[in-house]
Ligand binder design. Structure first.
Ligand code: EPZ
Length: 432
């Protein structure tokens, strides 16, 4: 198992190219199941989760082609891939694949819409909470599907005439639920209205791509989305939007270490709540056509209270990273997690650096300390693991982050990107 070794105490200066968004790429890839023609996706990040989804889609019959690149070029620009589901050969998504990556449960929508029936393993819980799929199943039922649970699998069947447009009202904002509704309703007969839809940029990206494939979706990015179903979708070409969570993570790393970094390709408008919190903490952010420049020079880190919320609020996927930043603030901050019930697994590991954090229900109270010290640590999930890297960058001495496979699920070329800005970060291959 690989580990990452970090020697802390150096500011970050330079340029970091922001990759395509993992959480946009995954539903876009899944959307390839909706058509027998090729979906070409540009700017796909090179991540373990993308590779895993290629395997899962391959099991259903999706042909995957990586377009040619000159050596080294992919580091700059992401990969271009063709996904073609000319024939769906299997409508079962088995447990051993779905349990490795929750988002793969979303194949239920295109498989059901295109094939009329499917059998998809329930994903189970994960390190950040129970994460049920009841809203996703409810959305499909609203479109006329019958769903049964048998032996850990959701067995979904469309009515004989196919899915029918309907009103879907989510009791709580759900990204996966909204993706599912969009993909299923795109091929349903008639009009679907999604109420209390997620407004995340990744939803807009999926809707844009589906529209390029011939869908008729309006209102994505607002809480009411209208979908006029069409009989079939066709191939398209689409570039994955830049990863706002990766950009926010590096912005927090710069705020932590001090320095001046251009996050090339990052979009300030996608960061919303996080931008505000970073500025209050003492970082300076300037958006331009090139990207987002992040600086913190001279002044210290100020404590800021945040509460996670659906877009455009402070993203739960940046909560752990912001907590790492707050461990060095000149005072006390309160970090409230409202999306997932168990997303504080990093607290214990951050304490190993000498951070002072205590839990109070759905909140963590962080008392900033003047210095952190390097330590061996281990991550429990993707965003938690990168919060440990942020702490390590500012800590005195050496840190080893174990279980790096979590990082590889969602951060492309992390060592390279931080290394070229002056950090000492290296991967140690072998058993951890
Ligand atoms: C997506 O997960 C992201 N994953 C998550 O990123 C992200 O943290 C989350 O949205 C919130 O922004 C991908 O895009 C692949 P939800 P998703 O449905 O869709 C509850 C990362 O690190 N809920 O918006 O699964 C749920 O438990 C990952 O990249 C139900 O109760 O999240 C949570 O409390 C982690 N029933 C809330 O809704 C349901 O049927 C929001 O979850 C569905 C969700």
């Amino acid at each position: 198992m690989d580990r990452i070794r970090v020697v802390g105490g150096r500011p970050l200066n330079g340029t970091i190219r922001i990759s395509g968004a993992k959480n946009a790429a995954l539903p876009l890839m899944i959307a390839s199941l909706l058509t027998d023609e090729a979906l070409t996706l540009e700017n796909v990040p090179r991540l373990a989760d993308v590779n895993m989804l290629v395997r899962i889609l391959g099991n259903h019959g999706v042909d995957y082609t990586l377009k040619g690149k000159r050596p080294g070029e992919e580091i700059q620009s992401g990969q271009t891939v063709d996904l073609r589901a000319e024939r769906i050969v299997d409508t079962t998504a088995p447990y051993d694949l779905v349990s490795r990556m929750r988002a793969s449960f979303w194949v239920i929508a295109p498989l059901l819409a295109r094939m009329g029936e499917c059998r998809v393993s329930l994903p189970g819980g994960c390190a950040i909470g129970t994460r049920p799929v009841d809203f996703l199943l409810m959305a499909l039922e609203r479109l006329g599907a019958t769903i049964g649970i048998e032996n850990g699998y959701a067995i979904a069947r469309a009515p004989s005439g196919g899915l029918r447009g309907a009103e879907i009202s989510f009791p709580k904002v759900t990204v996966g639920g909204t993706h599912t509704a969009l993909m299923a309703a795109a091929l349903a007969d008639g009009r679907t209205t999604v109420l209390n839809a997620a407004r995340e940029p990744e939803i807009v990206d999926l809707a844009d791509c589906l529209n390029k494939m011939g869908a008729r979706i309006t209102g994505a990015g607002t809480s009411t989305i209208e979908i006029q179903g069409v009989a079939r979708l066709h191939g398209a070409r689409h570039a994955v939007l830049p990863d706002r969570i990766e950009a926010g993570t590096y912005a927090m790393a710069v705020a932590m270490t001090g320095g001046d970094v251009l996050l090339e390709g990052a979009r300030a408008d996608l960061l919303c709540g996080a931008t505000e919190a970073l500025e209050q903490a003492g970082a300076k952010l300037d958006g331009s056509a090139e990207g987002l420049r992040v600086r913190r020079n001279g002044n210290g880190i100020r404590p800021v209270d945040i509460s996670t919320a659906p877009f455009p609020g402070f993203p739960t996927d940046l909560q752990a990273q912001f907590m790492a930043l707050m461990t060095r603030a000149s005072g006390s901050s309160r970090i409230t997690e409202t999306i997932f019930e168990n997303r504080f697994m990093h607290v214990g590991e951050l304490s190993r650096f000498g951070a002072k954090i205590r839990l109070d229900g759905d909140a963590a109270i962080v008392d900033g300390v003047p210095k952190l010290q390097g330590a061996p640590v281990m991550a429990t999930d993707l965003r938690a693991s990168v919060s440990l890297v942020i702490a390590a960058l500012a800590a005195e001495g050496e840190t080893t982050v174990n279980r790096v496979y979590h990082l590889d699920r969602g951060f492309e070329h992390l060592e390279h990107k931080l290394g070229q800005c002056g950090a000492i970060v290296e991967r140690i291959s072998g058993h951890g």
